[in-house]
Each structure stands twice: as structure tokens, then as C-alpha cells.
Design a protein around this ligand. Structure first.
Ligand code: SAH
Length: 352
């Protein structure tokens, strides 16, 4: 049997092609797209202005991708963390954060991750598989459905490396920002990458004004290699050049993420060296006190070290903020909820 069509991962243009192949009128594409991504009906059956024959054909030929909530943690500050199960039983997590300017959802782009960053829980079990565009979209749709909230900002900073799932990620952005669908402005979507140079350059050329966040975490290759294996593949110099290129093409200010780990990358010298590297760039540095995970002995920097690091950057006229810790009472660092679920699962199986 040929694989079923993942209809929620198709752009309107692609739906037009499909419908034409099926002998249908192309204008049906926008109607079907609207049912899937704006009204979000629970089945093909509910697409009331589509003929019964076409609804039945779609039900036969297409996958109606959904995800299912299996766990939730709620913080006193309103942050909610969701664990979702995919149709093949894989688990992924997503987070809803409430800010003054609106609601933001952090989504996963892969089940697991193969980048191997030393401080990150998402990578401990390796990469299981890429998420489809529909599975990225459903995280947002399902959170809106469950909570009744409207999401205005999306950050692709959950489990996975979006530049390692490039095509599905770009497709996700095009569908999410389509006016016939959820219609989120591309500017309100942020993508975070550990620095996969070729794909950062490709992204710069997509004509999508996304906010790009680069996981920098170190002022030089030597320290970066201790924290992020990807640094063996791409030199910091090339990663920063790719950021410059992205800025040149999109005029979007780059965000540099810097997770502070005690005794590893939080010294005054590191702050000075970082300042030199970033001097003159139109950028923003986000300092994140590392969230310790039990499998590694990385420790959070002391408050005075964090403040000192920030002061040094400021003296060098670099825009910098210390990331407000959301949901610290449900802290489960990124990927920890999923990890506790998948490891529990393995234990259960071992006991059987
Ligand atoms: N793979 C992408 C996106 C996912 S990680 C990337 O590397 O950017 C999102 C951000 O959280 C990255 O900056 C990552 O380095 C950071 N991060 C992961 N685990 C963390 C932890 N335990 N403490 C602090 N930051 C962490």
C-alpha cells in the first residue's frame, strides 16, 4: 500500500496540485486548508461545504494527523508544560508561556535529538525521528484547543534541532503563517539552532523574516567543543559569519543564547572575549542560567557571576538580558518531562 498523504503538512499550493490531480477545482484547496488550519475540524466529515465524495476520498487517501495529551505540569506563574503522544507512540513536549505581550508556545521539532549538547536532556536518548510539519502545527493547535487561549508567538526551542529537520520546519512556517490558516506573522516565530551553517544560509534565502536565535554558549571553539559536539563540525567563525549573512538578507536582529555553566563559560574573561567577538553586531544576548539535569554534573552559575557577566557585556555596549525563568517550580529542564516518560516506559518494559 502506498503511504497515506499527510494532508495537514501540505501548503495551499500543494493542495491545489493534489486536487487538480483528483479532478477537483483548485479553489477547494483554500477551503480545505481553512477547515484544517483555521477552523480545525476534528475530521474530514465536518467539512460541510465539501462534497461527500471528496470528503470520503480524503478519508481514504489521507492521514488526519492528531496528537494526544498524556501529561501536564502547571506552574504558579501560568506556564504549562504538555506531554503529547504521537500516532506512533513517540512522546514530545511543548510549553505554553504567558507574557504581557501575549501567549507564546515553545514546540519540539524532533522526537529526541542527535546534536549531543552536554547540558541538554533532550539529546540523552539520541534522535528517534523527525517531526512532520503537521506534528509541529498540532502542538500549537492542541494547546489552543485544550486551554482556550490564543497563541500569538511561537518559539521552536523545544526538543530537536530544527536545522536538522529543515524541509519540514520550513513547511511548518509557511503553513503556520498562511493567512487562510493560523495566520501568525513570520516575525513572531523564533527558531533556535545550535549552528548548522549550510542550513542557516539556506534559511536566509527563503524570504522568511524569522527571528533567528543561535545557541552560542561559548566565546571560542575550545570551550564550545566541551559543551557542544557540533562545534567540532563548524567553527565559531563560520557560524558567526552565517549569522551575519542571515542579518544581511533578512534585516532581523540575531539573538545569541548563552547558557551559563559554573566554572565552564561564566568567567569575566569569557565575557570579555564574547564582547570582542560580538562587537559591532546588531544583536541581542540572552543569558540563561543553565538548568541542571541529573544525568550531568553541570552547575548553575552563581548569581554574582551572572550579574558580572552581564555588566561586562553592557560596558561593551552589547544588548543583553538575563532570561526570566518561567515555570521554575515545574522545572523539569527542557526535555526532562519527555525523558521521565520514556525512561519510565523502558523500566516498565524491563519489569515485565
Ligand atoms: N537545537 C536547538 C533548539 C533546542 S534547544 C538549539 O540548540 O538551539 C533550545 C535552547 O535551550 C538552546 O539554546 C539550548 O542550548 C538551551 N538548553 C538546552 N538545555 C538546557 C539546559 N539544561 N539549561 C539551559 N539551557 C538549555
Amino acid at each position: 500500500m502506498t503511504e497515506r498523504i499527510d494532508i495537514k503538512s501540505r501548503t495551499i499550493e500543494e493542495l491545489k496540485v493534489l486536487l487538480t490531480e483528483w479532478g477537483e477545482k483548485p479553489f477547494r484547496a483554500a477551503q480545505i486548508f481553512g477547515w484544517l488550519h483555521e477552523k480545525r475540524v476534528p475530521s474530514f466529515e465536518d467539512m460541510s461545504n465539501i462534497s461527500k465524495a471528496l470528503r470520503e476520498k480524503m478519508a481514504r487517501e489521507c492521514e488526519f494527523t492528531t496528537i494526544k495529551e498524556v501529561d501536564r505540569l502547571e506552574s504558579a506563574d501560568g506556564t504549562k508544560k504538555f506531554l503529547f503522544e504521537l500516532s506512533d507512540g513517540q512522546a514530545i513536549e511543548s510549553v505554553l508561556m504567558k507574557y504581557h505581550h501575549g501567549n507564546s508556545v515553545c514546540i519540539s521539532s524532533q522526537a529526541g535529538c542527535r546534536m549531543g549538547c552536554k547540558f541538554c536532556a533532550s539529546t540523552l536518548g539520541g534522535l528517534i525521528r523527525n517531526l512532520k510539519a503537521s506534528e509541529m502545527l498540532e502542538q500549537i493547535y492542541e494547546i489552543e484547543r485544550i486551554t482556550g487561549e490564543t497563541v500569538s508567538n511561537v518559539v521552536v526551542m523545544g526538543t530537536g534541532e530544527p536545522m536538522d529537520n529543515y524541509d519540514n520546519f520550513v513547511r511548518f512556517v509557511r503553513i503556520l503563517s498562511a493567512k487562510e490558516g493560523k495566520n501568525i506573522s513570520v516575525r513572531n516565530i523564533t527558531v533556535s539552532t545550535c549552528g548548522i551553517v549550510e542550513n542557516m544560509k539556506r534559511l536566509a534565502e527563503e524570504n522568511l523574516p524569522l527571528t533567528l536565535a543561535l545557541s552560542l554558549h561559548a566565546p571560542n571553539d575550545e570551550i564550545r567543543k566541551q559543551m557542544m559536539p557540533v562545534a567540532y563540525k563548524y567553527k565559531l567563525e563560520d557560524v558567526l559569519a552565517a549569522c551575519d549573512y542571515y542579518y544581511e538578507k533578512t534585516s532581523r536582529r540575531i539573538t545569541f543564547e548563552y547558557s551559563l555553566v559554573a566554572g565552564v563559560n561564566d568567567s569575566a574573561e569569557c565575557a570579555q572575549e564574547l564582547s570582542k567577538r560580538l562587537k559591532g553586531k546588531n544583536c541581542h544576548v540572552n543569558l540563561i542560567p543553565v538548568n541542571p539535569i541529573k544525568e550531568r554534573d553541570y552547575k548553575k552559575s552563581r548569581t554574582d557571576a551572572i550579574q558580572n557577566f552581564k555588566n561586562i557585556l553592557e560596558k561593551n555596549r552589547i544588548n543583553v538580558t538575563i532570561r526570566r525563568e518561567m515555570g521554575s517550580d515545574i522545572n523539569a529542564a527542557c526535555g526532562q518531562l519527555r525523558r521521565s516518560y520514556t525512561t519510565k516506559d523502558t523500566c516498565d518494559r524491563e519489569e515485565e
